[in-house]
Design a binder for this molecule. Structure first.
Ligand code: PLP
Length: 385
């Protein structure tokens, strides 16, 4: 099998599996119980929180465990928008138009609740710029939203610059940090009021993630999202998912340890793919912002190939790629991200695929992908497809 869909999810690391298994077996005590085994579990959760906080350079109290990034995005954006409006600051938010559905649909929900959203589309150079955010802001603006790295085309957004400016202007600033790897997340920390992270993108389990919440002002302190018990400082009630919290802390530690090495490998894989495509008879173009693109995500326009057909034919050969975000691929809808970049080029929306790489990707995987692409091209040509 050739797995080229790490942006959708990553396999669990063996060390993480071990941590989870141990916790499932040994740390079954309820962290809220006051007897020894409960207290022991509580201590383990605290040390996982401290370890993640230390790795990222944040205060442990500013870290909230969630069921993943979708929840963290919903929580942070809705809370900040509503609190700022209640404080009389305004009801306007500026957001990039290439956000993940968990952010985009949260903002659409807020729009229905009377908020005004200005979407920033890629400019003629395919860039999402600070200037565009500044130009779109008005006296009613309270916050900005921009993802660190786009999950479909790998575009790196100028989140550090956006964060610096947002801080000066007094706006809350939410970043979906899901596709940012290791040190990229750390760099962002001083410039965000909120940041969402998902463990299954860095070889941790699915269904767990966290929100970093650090407002510029006390009036914006985080409000409870799930009401009930006193877990997560009484802000997200419900018995903690101890095994996955411990597994996520382990996964983050390991992926940060290897961040430099992984980046170097991803850079090489990315270059190698482009070279091999250049040397082949395949016509292709890179979608999105190729000047500022993460090494682990590449979205290719392959004129003459239908993306849905290509996905199926690759699948039959046990090569797993995607046509964009997993959700839009599942429902076979045109990608809103490609539409944002190429509003007048419907052919491109239907002839593009996403490849994403991770710590197990090799040049041999890329060779197999290219061989299969050529085979599919020949086969389709002989059937007149
Ligand atoms: N944001 C981005 C950029 C993603 O790629 C994903 C995962 O697909 C999410 C948010 C959602 O994360 P989770 O699966 O943890 O809810």
């Amino acid at each position: 099998m050739v797995y080229l869909d790490y942006a959708a999810t990553t396999p669990l690391r063996p060390e993480v599996l071990e941590t989870i298994k141990n916790a499932l077996e040994l740390d079954f005590g309820n962290p809220s119980s006051i007897y020894q085994i409960g207290k022991k579990t509580k201590r383990k959760i605290s040390s996982a929180r401290e370890s993640i906080a230390k790795l990222l350079g944040i205060i442990p109290n500013n870290l909230y465990f969630t069921s993943g990034a979708t929840e963290a995005n919903n929580w942070a954006i809705i809370h900040q928008a509503q609190t700022a409006r209640k404080l009389g600051k305004g009801n306007h938010i500026v957001a990039s138009a290439i956000e993940h559905p968990s952010v985009r649909e949260t903002l659409v929900f807020l729009e229905q609740e009377g908020f005004e959203i200005t979407w920033i589309y890629p400019d003629e150079n395919k860039h999402i710029t600070l200037q565009a955010f500044e130009a779109a802001s008005t006296s009613k603006t309270t916050g900005w939203v921009a993802m660190a790295i786009n999950n479909e085309v790998g575009a790196i957004l100028p989140t550090v610059d956006l964060g610096k400016s947002a801080k000066q202007l007094g706006y809350w600033f939410h970043v979906d940090g899901v596709q940012a790897i290791g040190h990229q997340l750390k760099t962002l920390i001083p410039y965000v009021t909120s940041l969402s992270v998902s463990a299954h993108k860095f070889y941790g389990p699915k269904g767990i993630g966290f929100l970093v919440y650090q407002p510029w002002e006390t009036a914006m302190l985080l409000k409870p999202f799930i009401h009930g018990g006193s877990q997560e400082s009484s802000k997200r009630a419900g018995t903690e998912n101890t095994p996955y919290i411990l597994g996520m802390a382990k996964a983050l530690e390991l992926s940060l340890d290897e961040a430099a090495e992984t980046q170097a490998n991803l850079f090489e894989i990315n270059q190698y793919l482009i070279e091999q495509l250049d040397n082949s008879a395949i016509t292709f173009a890179i979608n999105g912002d190729n000047d500022s693109r993460a090494n682990h995500i590449i979205n290719l326009w392959l004129p003459g190939f239908s993306s849905s057909q290509l996905l199926i034919q690759m699948d039959l050969a046990e090569i797993f790629v995607s046509a964009g975000s997993a959700c839009s691929a599942g429902s076979l809808e045109d990608s809103l991200i490609l539409k944002a970049y190429y509003p007048d080029d419907s052919q491109r929306w239907q002839e593009s695929i996403r490849l994403s790489f991770g710590n197990q990707t090799t040049k041999e995987d890329i060779d197999k992908f290219i061989v299969q692409l050529n085979l599919i091209k020949e086969r389709n040509h002989s059937y007149g497809i």
